[in-house]
Design a binder for this molecule. Structure first.
Ligand SMILES: NC(=O)c1ccc[n+]([C@@H]2O[C@H](COP(=O)([O-])OP(=O)(O)OC[C@H]3O[C@@H](n4cnc5c(N)ncnc54)[C@H](OP(=O)(O)O)[C@@H]3O)[C@@H](O)[C@H]2O)c1
Length: 322
């Protein structure tokens, strides 16, 4: 079958290891399901994988892609939950110490077919297009858990989203607005700030700019470049939820004094559970909001999508179709 996969990894030149070509069609173990993919979306995770982060060389070649939507062998239209749990794990899917994401240990979704445990299939609502459905399992699910499970933000709360253009960040803006939050957003880029306003942000700011007032919560995926600003932007007792560190994991100022003196809460967040993915799809149907899709490309042209993401010149999600 046709696939986009990592043949090698390189921290300096991640795209050098990307290959487009034939890979073996997978066998389906008992309890697992085969999904014929219709769309799959690109995440920063796929670039990290090509850099070798979370993907050691002994697991290569590895088909990339965490997110997908397609049709199972019984003809059901499904969205694929990307968190693969140990079969004996009970409880919150994201807390399983043996969990992995598709494309870390098991072959990913940038292919004609993917196999996953049957419980990882979530019904795809007819109201969502294939491209929209394929955006949900990583970026949109992560945003949903950050806002509603981890920060537990109530309608009317003021939340700051750092790095407005990203896949997770655009989801945070759109979901936050739909839930009645007052959403502020930062971006390095003026055009992305303008787009964030169109998506429902109440106010936008250049990265690092002083805010008119302190916020209840900050949603962080940028990391080192914005961390200090995030903590300085919080009201006493406020919450920062962090799910990524695109610009690096070691900020110059860790602001430890500020964290204890202002009693800030720092909460990590990773992906979301299958139940949260079902709730997210219902939230989209009931509110009418939809993922922001930047580009749709046939999988054969996946390299273009990876180049766009590496350049950072993206607002929303990049989707590959079959
Ligand atoms: N823990 C999890 O489960 C989980 C799930 C999803 C994503 N993540 C992580 O979250 C991060 C974002 O993922 P994504 O898929 O949304 O990536 P993406 O679409 O590539 O977005 C990255 C965004 O980060 C901002 N950014 C990057 N470098 C920056 C810098 N030096 N200074 C300021 N802003 C910078 C940019 O915003 P502007 O250009 O607008 O400033 C960019 O739009 C990644 O690190 C990813 O690995 C983690």
């Amino acid at each position: 079958m046709f696939a986009a996969y990592a043949a090698t990894t390189s921290s300096d030149d991640p795209l050098s290891g990307l290959r487009l070509g034939e890979r073996p069609t997978p066998e389906v173990p008992a309890g697992w399901a085969r999904v014929r993919l219709r769309a799959a979306s690109l995440n920063h995770h796929d670039l990290w994988s090509l850099r070798g982060v979370g993907l050691p060389s002994e697991r290569l070649p590895m088909i990339l892609g965490c997110d997908g939507a397609g049709v199972d062998e019984d003809g059901n239209e499904v969205v694929v939950h990307a968190v693969i749990n140990d079969p004996d794990w009970r409880g919150d899917d994201t807390l399983d110490p043996k969990r992995s994401l598709l494309s870390e240990r098991h072959q990913g979704t940038f292919a004609d077919e993917v196999i996953v445990p049957r419980r990882n299939l979530v019904p795809k609502p007819a109201e969502l297009s294939w491209a929209e459905a394929a955006c949900l399992p990583t970026a949109w699910l992560t945003a949903y858990r950050m806002l509603f499970t981890q920060a537990q933000l109530a309608p009317g709360s003021n939340v700051l989203v750092q790095g407005a253009g990203g896949g997770v960040a655009t989801a945070l803006i759109i979901l936050g607005r739909a839930a009645g939050l007052r959403v502020w957003a930062t971006s390095r880029d003026e055009a992305k700030r303008a787009r964030a306003l169109e998506l429902g942000a109440d106010q936008v700011f250049a990265s690092g700019a002083r805010l008119p007032e302190r916020v209840d919560a900050v949603m962080e995926t940028v990391g080192a470049a914005t961390w200090s600003h995030s903590l300085r932007s919080l009201r006493p007792g406020g919450t920062v939820v962090i799910s990524g560190a695109t610009s690096g994991p070691n900020p110059d100022a860790t602001e430890l004094n500020r964290i204890f003196f202002l009693q800030l809460r720092v909460i990590g967040s990773t992906m979301g559970t299958r139940d949260e993915l079902e709730r997210l799809t219902r939230f989209l149907i009931s509110t009418g909001v939809r993922p922001l899709v930047h580009t749709v490309l046939p999988l054969e042209e996946a390299r273009k999508g990876f180049e766009q993401m590496e350049s950072g010149d993206v607002i929303g999600k990049i989707v590959f179709t079959r």
